[in-house]
Ligand binder design. Sequence first.
Ligand SMILES: [Zn+2]
Length: 255
Amino acid sequence: MPTYNDYGIILNSYDLGESDRILNIYTKENGLVRAVVKGARKTSSKFSGKVDQLSCCYFHFASGKNLDTVCDCEQVNSFSLLRSNLICLTSAVLFLEIVSNFAHEDEHDSHHIYDLLYVSLNRLQISPNPALESISFISKFLSLHGYKPQFETCVSCAAKTDLKPALSGSYPYSSILGGILCSNCSGTINSKSVNSQTLNILLNAGRDIPIEQLYNKQSLNNQNKNIRSVLELLREHLDVRAKNKIKSFDLVFSL
Ligand SMILES: [Zn+2]
């Protein structure tokens, strides 16, 4: 049976038979890997504590016809700080569900998504604002998949938009098409109005600048409503493009 090694983060898992567990793992080199861990639920298992959701491990796999097998694994990061904070943990589960919904087996270039997920989970552990961290993760994730919301030109006719997010005002935005509409197209295509503060947060999220450098504590307190609007906008954007609706948003919004 051929074997291979890879780094991976456990997206989710489910029980199989009396004591086995099946893992969906997002790996650095092979994209989505579905693998069984034999005897994982036995108290004496050598995998105990290592193969939970969110755990990052260096795996040794044996390839199978339908399902690979985890022969061994060494835990690299358990993200223990995330597990002790409900708001951070909920955001982390959101990241995993989003990755899971776009993941495929034998993906090329999966290391970009893997690295983004790993770095974002690490940052989330110590983030002053999990909601903004989520916006940053989702924006970068969408960019890597080529699904970034479009602002510079009209998403329908490609005419240049008069976007000036530094000023006040609002803009027509189509979630289905995934971007801003020009004044001509906004009359014929369903859109919602997005204010300039919301757009500013979204534009900042794509930049690789830590949240604490972009916003001070006071300005963050004033932005809560706009931060939520951005998350709602990104939820609609993802739901149109993902395999399934992203359910973890319900929990994120309920906290
Ligand atoms: Zn247009």
